[in-house]
Design a protein around this ligand. Structure first.
Ligand code: AMP
Ligand code: MN
Ligand code: MN
Ligand code: MN
Length: 283
C-alpha cells in the first residue's frame, strides 16, 4: 500500500504547540492523515503518548523530533524520524540542548523590560506546557494576549528576531551531533524547511553538503513554511543532493497555523518519500 497523506512535522504542548498529542492525533486522522509523526522541539517526551494516540485513531506512526542546531551562526532545524524513542544517548543529547532555555528566557524578559514590557517571563510561563521547553513562541503568545501585538508573526518581527529587544542569541547543538543522535538511534535525519533560513546560495550548499557528509539523508520539500515555488526549488535540490523528501505541515495551533494537519499538496512524484527509507520503523 502506498502512502500519500503523510504529515511528519507538528508540535504539541510538550514543546510550543497548543494541543495535546492526543488532540493532534485526532485532528490529523480527521483530516485524512495516513502516516503521522509528532516532532516536538528538542524533546521526545511525547512520543509514547503520540504513538498510542495514532494507533487509537487508526494512523500509522513514525517517532519524531525537531532539533535546534547552530550552523554558520544561524539556527537550523533538523527533524529526526523513525528513531528508537528510548535511545539513551539521544535522550541525553536532547536534555543538554534544552538546558540553556530557562536562562535564555530570563534574558529575553530583561530585554523586553528595557523597552517597557514587564512580566514577560512569568507571562510566557503561563503558556508553557513543559517547564524544560520555554520558547520564543510562548513569549509571542503572552505579547498577543496582553495586546502588545496583533498576532505572533508581528511579535517575531518587532521583538523576537535578531537585533530586536527580546532576542537573545543562543548556541544550540552542532549539525554533526544532531544527525549522529538521530541516525545512531536508528532514525533518519531531515533538513527542516530549508527556505526559512535566508542563507546565501553558498551557505545553503555548505549546509546540504555537510549534512550529507554527517549521514543525513532527507529534506523537507512540501512544508507549511514553503511557497509553491519553493516546493519546486527544493524538489530540485533533493534530486541534486540525492536526498529523500519529506512532507509536514509544521502545525502548532488552530489559532496560529495557516496550514492544518494533512492539508498540504502531495510530494512531487519523482522524489523518494522519506517514509520509504523507514518502512521497517513505521508503527
Ligand atoms: P525557539 O526555539 O525558542 O527559538 O523558538 C522557535 C519557534 O518560534 C519556531 O519553532 C516557531 O514555532 C516560532 N517562530 C520562529 N519564527 C517565527 C515567526 N517569524 N513567526 C511565527 N513564529 C515563529
Ligand atoms: Mn515551533
Ligand atoms: Mn522549525
Ligand atoms: Mn517545527
Amino acid at each position: 500500500m502506498s502512502i500519500l497523506n503523510a504529515d511528519l512535522h507538528c508540535h504539541s504542548v510538550v514543546s510550543d504547540g497548543t494541543l495535546t498529542p492526543e488532540a493532534l492525533a485526532a485532528r490529523a486522522a480527521a483530516n485524512g492523515v495516513e502516516l503521522w509523526a509528532l516532532t516536538d522541539h528538542d524533546e521526545i517526551g511525547g512520543q509514547h503518548r503520540a504513538m498510542a494516540a495514532a494507533r487509537e485513531a487508526g494512523m500509522k506512526y513514525l517517532t519524531g523530533t525537531e532539533i535546534s542546531v547552530t550552523f554558520a551562526g544561524q539556527t537550523v532545524h533538523i527533524v529526526g524520524l523513525g528513531f528508537d524513542p528510548d535511545d539513551e544517548s539521544m535522550r541525553q543529547g536532547l536534555t543538554a540542548t534544552r538546558g540553556g532555555r530557562g536562562e535564555r528566557a530570563k534574558e529575553m524578559a530583561e530585554g523586553l523590560a528595557r523597552v517597557g514590557i514587564h512580566g514577560a517571563y512569568e507571562g510566557a510561563l503561563k503558556h508553557v506546557g513543559n517547564p524544560d521547553l520555554i520558547s520564543r513562541t510562548h513569549f509571542a503568545r503572552f505579547l498577543v494576549e496582553t495586546g502588545v501585538c496583533r498576532d505572533t508573526p508581528e511579535v517575531f518581527r518587532k521583538y523576537l528576531t535578531e537585533g530586536k529587544p527580546g532576542f537573545v542569541p543562543h548556541r544550540w547543538a552542532s549539525l554533526g551531533d544532531a544527525v549522529a543522535w538521530i541516525t545512531r538511534a536508528g532514525g533518519v535525519a531531515v533538513i527542516a524547511h530549508p527556505a526559512r533560513y535566508g542563507f546565501t546560495a553558498n551557505e545553503e550548499y555548505a549546509l546540504f553538503s555537510e549534512f550529507k557528509a554527517h549521514g543525513g539523508t532527507a529534506v523537507e520539500v512540501v512544508t507549511g513554511s514553503h511557497t509553491a515555488a519553493e516546493y519546486v526549488k527544493y524538489a530540485q535540490t533533493a534530486r541534486e543532493f540525492g536526498l529523500a523528501a519529506s512532507r509536514g505541515s509544521d502545525f502548532h495551533s488552530p489559532d496560529e497555523s495557516h496550514t492544518d494537519l494533512g492539508q498540504l499538496p502531495y510530494l512531487p512524484g519523482e522524489l523518494t518519500p522519506v517514509w520509504e527509507l523507514l518502512a521497517d520503523r513505521i508503527r
